[in-house]
Design a protein around this ligand. Structure first.
Ligand SMILES: Cc1cc2nc3c(=O)[nH]c(=O)nc-3n(C[C@H](O)[C@H](O)[C@H](O)COP(=O)(O)O)c2cc1C
Length: 332
């Protein structure tokens, strides 16, 4: 694939105001990049004009350095990617000194993703970030399927409420809670996050999955089970955004399988105020720029003057399980 950084970095002439608000968090546009799929920005800076992004969510950081899971840690699947990275990162001390200053200078809002093994660790991470100038918001990764207890706080509504409330008290920064689709009732977890004081919700993290080498009778991932991402999960992500939108009034950041501008528009219409581009970055590092460039024309095609008019504009059919077809004789 040939990539032209020059083309990708040329902002389009557009008069459309694409800025969005996620509660207290104001973003220049609704196209963000998702945690774990964009490194810490540096790797992508040769391709992408980072200052044009609506926001960067760097790889999740934890209190201490983590090596992550044993290989293999990624496997391609039909229309998707399985990963079991396991929150490989250098820990918050290193992040604050070596990675964050560079990120903050790149010109895009930085939403720092954090994960603790328990509520106390989440709160401590948030407390440490609270004093750092320039951070736009915090995203709570309470939905990582690849570490033990990674989804505990994101699977139970009350546990979710408590951890969000604890973080809320520890920081003045806007807080986004990132939800897992691997629950029976995502709406109730969303309500827990809302009740805890989340400014917005990121919907969704990866879906649990697995791949098998049947000839060797072995799982392909070293961790056996991983998280599925990419186009394969877009319908699940859309369903989750729709259900969360019906359950709570706080803004939603949609993520899951977004590759095209049509995908973005589907998320906006379903109820997302902004979107994150994830797996697409691996196949096409400039995917976010392409989507941003295409957004004004897509809004015009929908006939709306602003993104806000598109968000949540989904028209759902009547709840009648079997309405008569137009023009057909009604049944007695
Ligand atoms: C290789 C890989 C690593 C990821 N690491 C993280 C992470 O550290 N923190 C997090 O919140 N989500 C992580 N995710 C999940 C993504 O941010 C995103 O929620 C998910 O992949 C669905 O979006 P997509 O289908 O556009 O990739 C990771 C995803 C992939 C593919």
């Amino acid at each position: 694939m040939s990539i032209s950084p020059k083309t990708a970095q040329t902002p389009p002439a557009t008069a459309v105001d694409l800025s969005v608000s996620l509660g207290r968090l104001r973003l220049p546009n609704p196209i963000l990049v998702a945690s774990g799929t964009f490194g810490y920005g540096r790797e992508m800076a040769g391709f992408v004009d980072l200052s044009r992004l609506g926001g960067i969510v760097p790889k999740t950081i934890t209190p201490l350095p983590r090596q992550g899971n044993v290989p293999w840690r990624t496997v391609e699947t039909a229309a998707g990617l399985l990963n079991s990275i396991g929150l490989d990162n250098d820990g918050i001390d290193s992040f604050l000194v070596t990675l964050l200053p560079w990120l903050l200078a790149c010109g895009a809002p930085v939403i720092v993703s954090i994960a603790g093994a328990n509520q106390a660790e989440f709160v401590e991470l948030a407390r440490r970030l609270d004093g750092v100038a320039g951070i736009a918001a915090i995203e709570l990764n309470i939905s990582c399927p690849n570490v033990s207890h990674g989804v505990d706080l994101g699977s139970d509504p009350e546990a979710c409420r408590r951890v969000v409330a604890g973080v809320r008290e520890a920081t003045r920064l806007p807080v986004l809670a990132k939800l897992t689709p691997n629950v029976t009732d995502i709406a109730s977890v969303a309500k827990g996050a809302r009740d805890g004081g989340a400014d917005a919700l990121t919907v969704i993290n990866t879906c649990q999955g697995m791949a098998v080498d049947w000839r060797r009778r072995r799982p392909l991932l070293g961790n056996v089970i991983g998280g599925l991402s990419g186009p394969a999960i877009k319908p699940i992500a859309l369903r989750c955004v729709h259900q969360v939108r019906q359950a709570v009034e706080i803004p939603i950041v949609g993520v899951g399988g977004i590759m095209t501008i049509d995908d973005c528009m589907e998320f906006f219409v379903a109820g997302a105020t902004a979107v994150q581009v994830g797996t697409a970055n691996f196949a096409e590092p400039v995917a976010s720029m392409r989507l941003l460039d295409a957004l004004p024309a897509a809004l015009a095609e929908l006939g709306v003057k602003s993104l806000a008019d598109a968000v949540g504009s989904l028209v759902t059919p009547s709840r009648d399980p079997c309405p008569p077809a137009p023009g057909s004789p009604t049944h007695a």
